[in-house]
Design a protein around this ligand. Structure first.
Ligand SMILES: N[C@@H](CCC(=O)N[C@@H](CS)C(=O)NCC(=O)O)C(=O)O
Length: 272
């Protein structure tokens, strides 16, 4: 782990050994590694994010339903430019601007489109977070963290939010459908052709699948753009916080696309 890089990346501390697990910090980790920018990680307890941001004078970028500001990570601090950026998408804009000689995260004229895609993916994956039944938070703080989340959701304990087997099964189906919709973007078919992702069902549906066009593992072929890191970051979160057999189920969908994609992101996943 480098300790004297100019750029500091603040990530949420996991259980030891420290690793990225939360989706938005994953977006930044993948982006920094892809650009090859030297950096050091500062691991922050989720309970200390507010005090850290307040100390550094970085405003909250999320608001809870009751209007309370919600302080989050990732955040980066660049000792060269003296800038501190505390939102994963703003970090991308900053990195492409401040490090113009490194590979671009955003292709020309795609910032707005990618921002909309980011918001959409956050919504799609957040809706299925109930399938993540493990947690990567440090056991030393996990009880306090769960109590904080329960308070946020207005329940006395997160156990009150546990899904029944039937609800869980429905959520799996909904998640498979949602990732099927996303597969249409990878296969460049537009928005109507369900046959491009249905790998199960009647024989008729299966034979319809021939003739599709596949772009490859990433949205636009072999080279990833930031939009791929958005999807990859969320997948990595599900991989970390799902029980292995549930993650394997996700990996079996859509011709195994998601497991292959996560494996392809390994080269930009190093914890520095
Ligand atoms: N819009 C922000 C959202 C960041 C965010 O929601 N981060 C989560 C982790 S993925 C967080 O720090 N949560 C702290 C908490 O919920 O207390 C960004 O893209 O950076």
């Amino acid at each position: 782990m480098s300790t004297n890089a100019a750029l500091t990346f603040y990530d949420i501390a996991s259980a030891p050994p420290l690793k990225t697990f939360a989706p938005n910090p994953w977006k930044t980790r993948l982006a920094l590694n892809f650009k090859g920018i030297p950096y050091q990680t500062k691991w922050v307890s989720v309970l200390d994010i507010s005090s850290l941001r307040e100390e550094l004078g970085v405003r909250a970028n999320r608001t809870l339903p009751d209007g309370t500001p919600l302080h989050t990570l990732p955040m980066i601090q660049d000792a060269v430019t003296k800038e501190i950026v505390g939102d994963s998408f703003e970090i991308v804009l900053y990195l492409d601007r401040a490090y113009p000689d490194s590979p671009k995260l955003l292709r020309p004229y795609t910032a707005g489109l990618t921002a909309a895609f980011n918001a959409h993916m956050d919504e799609v994956f957040t809706k299925h977070l109930g399938l993540c039944t493990r947690t990567s938070f440090d056991p030393a703080v996990v009880e306090e963290v769960m109590a904080m989340f329960a308070k946020r959701f207005g329940v006395s304990s997160l156990a009150d939010m546990q899904l029944s087997n039937e609800q869980r099964e429905d959520m799996f189906v909904s998640f498979e459908v949602a990732l099927g919709e996303l597969t249409k973007a990878y296969n460049h078919t537009g928005g109507t052709a369900d046959r491009v992702w249905r790998t199960t069902g009647t024989a008729k549906e299966q034979t319809q699948r021939s003739g599709r066009e596949s772009a490859g593992l990433f949205l636009d072929g072999e080279e990833p753009a930031y939009a791929d890191f958005i999807v990859g970051a969320w997948l990595k979160h599900f991989e970390a916080d799902m029980v292995p057999k549930d993650w394997e189920r996700v990996c079996s969908w859509q011709d195994g696309r998601w497991g292959k994609m996560v494996a392809a992101l390994d080269q930009w996943s190093e914890m520095k």
